[in-house]
Design a protein around this ligand. Structure first.
Ligand SMILES: Nc1ncnc2c1ncn2[C@@H]1O[C@H](COP(=O)(O)OP(=O)(O)OP(=O)(O)O)[C@@H](O)[C@H]1O
Ligand SMILES: [Mg+2]
Length: 395
C-alpha cells in the first residue's frame, strides 16, 4: 500500500510552536491534540488546527467546491499574515506569487506539479496546501521504483474476495481513489520515480477524471474539488524522465532555492526553533552567528563561489539543501543537549557539516579541505573555532 513519507527533514512544528500562547489547537479534538504531542511528526492539519479554524471562521470570500476555505485564506495560511486579530505564521517563505499560482491551479481542473532541487520545500508546500484546502494532507502516494498501478487505483482484501467474490466491501481504495470519491486533494510524492506504466495509469485518471472498477462493473467519477499535487526533484530520476503526456496534465511550478542569504537564514532559524520544540531538544537554539556561518558555507559550496563572488570554489557531489542546513543545526543541538553544556559549540556543528559536505569520501573530502584552508581559515576570529573544529575531522 501507499505509505506516507516520514523523513524528519519535513518535520513540522510542534503544537506549542503552532500555538505560541501554549493553548492546544482547539480545531482538533482533544484526542487528536494529545496524540499529536506523542507523534514524531503530526500532519500539518493537526499541528496548525487552531490557525486553520481561525482562517475558516474569518473567511469572507467564496470557497471553491470541496474547499474548506477560500483561495485568499489558503494564501494567508501558507505565506502568513493576519486574520481578524490573529497572526498566522508563514509556512512557505519565498515568492508569494508562486504560491498564488499553485493555489489557482488547484481551482482549475489541472493538477499541480511542484519541481525543484531536493530540500526546496516541495513536500512541505504540498502538505500545507492539502491541510488548508481539505483539512487532510494524508492521502499520499509515495512514488518509488516499486510503486504499482494498484497503489494508485485500488486493490482487494483477498480473504474477502476469495470468500465472497468482488464487492464494495472487499475493495481497498488507493489515496487517489478516495480523493476522487470525496472531491479532495491527493498528494503524489516523487512521481518521477515510478515506472512508465504507473505514470500512464495516472494519465487516464487525470484526463478522464473517472476511475473504472471493471470487476464491479462500475465507474467512480471524480467529485468536484478533486485534484493531485505531485512533487518531483530535478536530481535523481528527475522530471526529464517523466512522460510528456503526463507532464501535459500538470501545471508545473519550480520551487527555487532561497534567493538571498537573509531568506535562507530566516527559513533555517524558524525551522530549527520549531524542530527543537517538536523533538524536545534540550539545548539552546544556536546563535545567529552560528546559523549565519552554516548557511554561508552551504550557499558558497552550493553555488561554487564565495558570497562576495571573488573566489571560485569546487562544488561537492551532495546537494547541500536548506533542509540539510536545518539538520546540521538540529543535530548540533542534539549533541549539545545530550553530551555538552546545552550550548551549541563549533565541534557540535563541525560533526554535522562533515557529514553534509563529504558524501563521497574521495572527491568531496578534497573539496572540503580546500574550502577550509582557502576560505574559512582566512575569515578572521569569528570563524576560527568552526574552522579549527572542522579541520580536526579532516586530519
Ligand atoms: N522556502 C522555504 N520555506 C519554508 N520552509 C522551507 C523552505 N525551503 C526549505 N524549507 C524547509 O526545508 C525542509 C525540507 O523540505 P521538503 O522535505 O519539503 O523538501 P523537498 O523539496 O520535498 O525535498 P526532496 O526533493 O528531498 O523531497 C522543510 O522542513 C521545510 O520547512
Ligand atoms: Mg519531498
Amino acid at each position: 500500500m501507499a505509505k506516507k513519507k516520514s523523513d524528519d527533514s519535513g518535520a513540522a512544528a510542534s503544537p506549542a510552536a503552532a500555538s505560541p500562547n501554549g493553548a492546544s489547537p482547539n480545531g482538533a479534538s482533544p484526542q487528536a491534540a494529545s496524540n499529536a504531542s506523542n507523534m514524531l511528526r503530526a500532519p500539518a492539519e493537526v499541528l496548525y488546527a487552531e490557525e486553520i479554524e481561525h482562517l475558516i471562521q474569518e473567511d469572507k470570500y467564496d470557497r471553491p467546491p470541496g474547499w474548506r476555505m477560500s483561495p485568499r485564506a489558503v494564501l494567508t495560511y501558507i505565506c502568513g499574515g493576519k486574520t481578524g486579530s490573529r497572526e498566522i505564521t508563514p509556512k512557505y517563505i519565498g515568492h508569494q506569487r508562486l504560491v498564488e499560482i499553485a493555489i489557482s491551479t488547484l481551482v482549475t481542473d489541472r493538477s499541480l506539479l511542484l519541481i525543484g532541487e531536493p530540500g526546496t520545500a516541495k513536500s512541505w508546500l504540498s502538505e500545507h496546501l492539502a491541510a488548508a484546502i481539505n483539512g487532510d494532507s494524508t492521502k499520499v502516494v509515495q512514488g518509488t521504483a516499486g510503486t504499482t498501478e494498484e497503489q494508485i487505483r485500488y486493490t482487494w482484501n483477498y480473504a474477502m474476495l476469495i470468500a465472497h467474490g468482488p464487492s464494495h466491501d472487499a475493495l481497498i481504495k488507493s489515496p487517489i481513489f478516495r480523493a476522487m470519491e470525496s472531491g479532495s486533494l491527493a498528494r503524489f510524492e516523487e512521481i518521477t520515480r515510478c515506472a512508465a506504466e504507473v505514470q500512464d495509469a495516472l494519465i487516464s485518471l487525470l484526463s478522464e477524471k473517472r476511475l473504472s472498477v471493471p470487476e464491479l462493473a462500475t465507474e467512480v467519477p471524480a467529485a468536484k474539488g478533486f485534484s493531485v499535487i505531485a512533487t518531483a526533484n530535478t536530481r535523481d530520476r528527475g522530471v526529464n524522465d517523466m512522460s510528456a503526456a503526463l507532464k501535459r496534465r500538470f501545471n508545473m511550478i519550480v520551487l527555487p532555492t532561497p534567493a538571498t542569504i537573509e531568506t535562507e537564514i530566516q527559513i533555517v532559524r524558524k525551522r530549527v526553533r520549531e524542530l527543537a520544540v517538536n523533538l524536545e531538544l534540550k539545548a539552546k537554539v544556536p546563535t545567529e552567528d552560528a546559523v549565519e556561518q552554516v548557511v554561508t558555507i552551504f550557499r558558497e559550496l552550493r553555488t561554487g563561489q564565495t558570497l562576495d563572488g571573488k573566489n571560485k570554489l569546487k562544488v561537492p557531489s551532495g546537494v547541500l539543501s536548506t533542509a540539510e542546513a536545518i539538520s546540521v543545526l538540529a543535530n548540533g543541538m542534539a549533541l549539545a543537549g545530550n553530551f555538552g553544556t546545552g550550548e551549541v559549540t563549533a565541534p557540535d556543528l563541525a560533526a554535522g557539516l562533515q557529514g553534509a559536505v563529504v558524501k563521497d569520501e574521495e572527491k568531496d573530502k578534497v573539496v572540503w579541505q580546500e574550502y577550509l584552508s582557502n576560505v574559512m581559515k582566512k575569515r578572521g576570529a569569528e570563524w576560527r573555532p568552526l574552522f579549527t573544529a572542522c579541520s580536526e575531522h579532516n586530519t
